[in-house]
Design a protein around this ligand. Structure first.
Ligand code: SF4
Ligand code: SF4
Length: 367
């Protein structure tokens, strides 16, 4: 039986997280569709960083990218995170998302929302987890942290996505500057009928990361309505990140990262020990002892010590039965339930506003 066929078509990633390890396959891929971004967030080095020297002319074509999806399918990947940079800078993003959906992938995207209002119709129904980045309940410190004026775009995008029946949620990068704003953020998410996903800022791009004492503020609100905090992630943060003697990160096993010019970035985007051309040869390569050794080494490099990159660590929890697995599963099950509750609430209120959702998930204005 095709396990995916028994899951709701737009189920959250948790279902995939649980199935990937059972099947012994990498559960997800971060597909970097671009390294370009129209924002300059203080906690990010992707635009203007060491990777952004790659000319756009060397990016994989639309057809080539779709072929990569076929390869990912063959490797057992279930969820593609369309990432960047700002993924909506890719003109062909709608075509790519549709191709991924046609191949049975679940899709995830995080956007800074500057381009979402003008592209929302084109993307409707193509994204299973739509993350809007927001750093504060009001324009500040969001606009300062993002070094742009995107606050208004995020608020506008929330309204558009709601009326389109899209599965949106807010990603809140928890920093030392905005941790005190959590109560107001929760209020905003309740008003906008979405999940507040809290992502502690990790120590990376030369920044200090979030102070441990601020994490308690996230833990304190973890059981509140509309909130998603992953207890496994908090535990790893408190322990100082990934420890190479007992790794939490299983990049390569759980997660693959593909560059805009079509290379597998091993072990991860942030620390590249090797770039491997992502073509059909990789299917055979993944069966070799060499790749097994490489998978065993991921998370154990010297540079992996103290890394708290949750993009790789969170999916890795499901590949090792330990306390982090249990804590993460508890948080993710709660997330799924909360998300369903909010979706029901949203549908009810849309109906009362005279907006009707069809069985295809399309929203039409009532006569
Ligand atoms: S919007 Fe995203 S990719 Fe762009 S600078 Fe901010 S965090 Fe980085
Ligand atoms: S521990 Fe960090 S640096 Fe090492 S592979 Fe994982 S995400 Fe990359």
């Amino acid at each position: 039986m095709n396990l995916q066929s028994i899951l709701p078509s737009r189920a959250p990633a948790f279902a995939d997280l649980a199935l990937g390890p059972l099947l012994g396959k990498p559960v997800m891929a971060y597909y970097y569709v671009t390294y370009k971004c129209n924002a300059r967030c203080v906690f990010c080095n992707i635009p203007d960083g060491p990777m952004d020297v790659l000319p756009v002319s060397q990016y994989t074509s639309t057809e080539g990218t779709i072929e990569h999806f076929d390869i990912l399918k063959k490797l057992g990947v279930r969820l593609i995170d369309f990432t960047g940079g700002e993924p909506l800078l890719r003109k062909d993003i709608g075509t790519l998302l549709r191709a991924a959906k046609d191949r049975g992938f679940r899709t995830q995207m995080t956007t800074n929302c500057t381009l979402y209002p003008r592209r929302a119709q084109e993307l409707r129904g193509l994204i299973d987890i739509l993350n809007f980045s927001l750093c504060s309940p009001g324009p500040e410190p969001h606009n300062t942290l993002r070094r742009d004026n995107s606050y208004d775009s995020v608020i506008e995008s929330l309204g558009i996505a709601r009326r389109l029946g899209e599965p949106y949620q807010i990603i809140f990068v928890l920093t030392n500057d905005n941790a005190d704003l959590l109560p107001e953020m929760i209020e905003l998410c309740r008003e906008k009928q979405c999940i507040l996903k809290i992502q502690p800022e990790w120590e990376y791009f030369g920044n200090a990361g979030i102070a441990i004492e601020q994490l308690q503020k996230a833990k304190d609100i973890a059981m509140q309505k509309n909130v998603y905090v992953n207890w496994g992630e908090l535990r790893v943060f408190k322990a100082g990140g990934n420890q190479i003697e007992d790794r939490s990160c299983k990049a390569g096993n759980a997660v693959l990262a593909i560059s805009p010019d079509g290379y597998l970035l091993y072990p991860c985007y942030h620390k590249i020990a090797q770039r491997i051309k992502f073509d059909w040869n990789i299917v055979d390569f993944f069966e070799t002892e060499k790749w097994k050794e490489m998978r065993d080494k991921a998370g154990k490099f010297k540079f992996c010590d103290d890394c708290s990159n949750l993009c790789y660590i969170h999916p890795s929890f499901y590949y090792k039965l330990d306390r982090n697995f249990v804590l993460s599963a508890m948080a993710d099950i709660r997330y799924v339930k909360e998300r369903r509750r909010i979706e029901r609430e949203r549908k009810r209120s849309l109906t009362s506003e005279g907006v009707v959702m069809t069985s295809e998930g399309v929203v039409i204005a009532a006569e």
